[in-house]
Structures are given as structure tokens and as C-alpha cells.
Write a protein that binds this ligand. Structure first.
Ligand code: XIL
Length: 319
């Protein structure tokens, strides 16, 4: 059948996947499907701090560069993920903060150096960067993290300014989960986007991860949520979509899963602001879901034997 990326081209969106670079190196089927089906790739892990700056001031772009080269060879675009997060930080940083050998002023310099070095390194090679990842709590307050604790909420504007200085062309995004619909958390992003704009700090886009579970229902108001960000002049993107089901999966659960995937894609296609629809991995055997969500899994478009699920057909038909 028609590859997703071909159908997506006709619909004027990119269809992406997160890529596990170990699987990309070791598994020929994984490699073939990545190249055939997707027009955009995101590093599942290898553009995070712990990989890019394993020692203080020592950067390692080996794995990330390999992915960028793969994408280039296959005519794919690359989303950058992520310049600032509270997880997957290197031990030298978390330990240095814990034992007091790194103080707040130093941390600000470390953040600036990381963002500047990384964005410059990939300049011209990526179309979007997740600048800040998961910086709000569910109630819309700022997430408690080392960044907030040591630097105060101004770190978010700083991160966007530094990224912009390092590459004026790449689109700079917020990114978070549980922000598909209109709720306290997505409204916090909306408010911050407005506030930053008023202060002359340019934010280009709002990334909606889209980690759904059929147990919690399909989020309401997705279209209205995309629209309000579009009205503010922001792009939007679904950046990490997967739909987990209570295990074991069965045909009824997989039919619901297909509806959820289709619902998010349909919202994207219905909004002029939505640039891309990225799944967080495509094959169940590599999915992060079973390791994190007890009793849930089977969240991807392909099962462990690379058989496509109803969700795959539903997405292709929707495009
Ligand atoms: C996850 C990866 O999939 C895992 O392999 C890793 O162990 C932890 O991070 N939100 C994000 C992603 O923004 O970076 C996370 O990726 C999933 C949740």
C-alpha cells in the first residue's frame, strides 16, 4: 500500500517517528520501515543532555549525527528533542547541584553553553527544536525542577533567546503531555506564549506529545486548542503520539486505539497550524510504554512481529 509519508506529503504534513538509534543500527526491518514510512524523525533519546554532554563541557554528537545522516540519506526532516528537560540529565550535573559544587549562577552558564553549542551544531539540519519540555504541572503551575528551583521561571525565556541567537531559522517549540485539549496545563502554555510574545521573545510552536491511553478517554476540545494557538500565530505539532491499551490487547481494544490515533490526526489535518504528526516509535517491541505504565502496552502502529494494526490503516486512510 501507499507509505504513510507519501500520503502525508499529499496532505501537506510531515509524518514522523521517534527513532531508537540502537534498533536503527541493529535491526534491518526497523531501518527499512523507518525509511519507507516516515518523512520526519525525532531522536528518541540521543539528543538529550545525558547523551550530548556526558561530561561537563564535553559534547558527544556521534549518535545524533548518525541519525541526521540517515534522515538526509532518506529525504527526511529532523525534529530536535530536547534542549531542556528535568529528566535524562547527566550525573555530573544532578550530583553537582545536589552537593553544592555547582551553584545557580554557574547553572545558568551551563544551560546557556549547552543550548548554544547544541543548536549551533545542528544549525540548518533541523526544522524544529523542542526548546523546553514539560515545564508545567497539571494544574498550570510551573513544574518543580532544578531549573525552576535554581533559576526561577525566567529560565524559559532565556532558553528561547539563546536558541534563537544560535539559529534564527529553526522553529522553536514548547512540548508537553496532557495538553491535547483545553485544560489548565495547555492554558498555562497559551498564557506563557502570549506573555513571551508581548515581551519580544519569539516562540514558534506548541508541541503536543499525544501519549494517550484508551483507559482515560479521548481528550475533548483538541480542535479548539489547536485553533487558539494558531490564532496566536504559533505552529502546532503532534510530537510523540502513542495510544496504549490495557494488556492483553484484543480486537476491540485495537479498534478503540485506531479511533484515538485517527482523532488526533484528524485534528491536525483540520488545523492550518499543524505541521507534523509524529509517533513515539512505531514497533511495540521497542516502545517505552510497557516499561513505564504498569499493565499497559501495545501502543504502536506495528506489533512485535512488524504486523500493522488497525491504527496504521486508519491513519493512512485519514491522510
Ligand atoms: C522517553 C524514551 O522513550 C525512553 O526510551 C527513555 O527511557 C525516557 O524517555 N516524554 C518525552 C520523551 O518528552 O522524551 C520521553 O521519551 C517520553 C515522554
Amino acid at each position: 500500500g501507499t507509505p504513510l509519508r507519501v500520503a502525508a506529503d499529499r496532505a501537506h504534513v510531515k509524518f514522523g517517528t521517534a527513532v531508537n538509534t540502537t534498533a536503527l543500527a541493529d535491526d534491518a526491518t526497523y531501518r527499512r520501515i523507518t525509511a519507507q514510512q516516515f518523512s520526519s524523525v525525532t531522536a528518541e533519546n540521543v539528543m538529550k543532555w545525558e547523551t550530548l554532554q556526558p561530561q561537563r563541557g564535553v559534547y558527544d554528537f556521534t549518535e545524533a549525527d548518525r541519525l541526521v545522516a540517515f534522515a538526509r540519506a532518506h529525504g527526511q526532516s529532523v525534529r530536535g528533542h530536547t534542549l531542556l528537560w528535568h529528566n535524562q540529565l547527566p550525573a555530573w550535573l544532578t550530583e553537582g547541584l545536589a552537593d553544592g559544587s555547582i551553584d545557580a549562577a554557574e547553572l545558568r552558564g551551563i544551560l546557556r553553553d549547552h543550548i548554544t553549542t547544541v543548536v549551533r551544531h545542528f544549525k540548518g539540519k533541523l526544522y524544529q527544536w523542542d526548546v523546553v519540555n514539560e515545564v508545567f504541572e497539571e494544574d498550570g503551575s510551573y513544574r518543580n525542577s532544578i531549573w525552576l528551583e535554581k533559576l526561577g521561571p525566567g529560565y524559559i525565556a532565556d532558553a528561547f533567546r539563546w536558541a534563537r541567537e544560535a539559529d534564527p531559522n529553526v522553529k522553536l517549540f514548547f512540548n508537553d503531555y496532557n495538553v491535547e485539549g483545553v485544560n489548565a496545563k495547555s492554558t498555562a502554555y497559551y498564557g506563557l506564549a502570549k506573555q513571551l510574545k508581548a515581551r519580544g521573545v519569539r516562540v514558534d510552536g506548541f508541541g503536543i506529545q499525544g501519549h494517550l491511553s484508551t483507559q482515560y478517554g479521548f481528550p475533548g476540545d483538541v480542535g479548539a486548542n489547536l485553533k487558539r494557538f494558531a490564532d496566536l500565530g504559533l505552529q502546532t505539532a503532534f510530537t510523540e503520539v502513542d495510544v496504549r491499551v490495557p494488556l492483553p490487547a484484543d480486537p476491540a481494544k485495537l479498534a478503540t486505539q485506531a479511533d484515538y490515533y485517527r482523532g488526533l490526526l484528524s485534528a491536525c489535518l483540520g488545523s492550518r497550524s499543524c505541521t507534523s504528526f509524529t509517533v513515539w516509535g512505531f514497533a511495540d517491541q521497542y516502545s517505552w510504554v510497557p516499561g513505564v505504565f504498569d499493565g499497559e502496552g501495545a501502543a504502536c502502529l506495528y506489533d512485535e512481529s512488524y504486523r500493522t494494526k488497525p491504527a496504521f490503516d486508519a491513519l493512512r486512510a485519514e491522510l
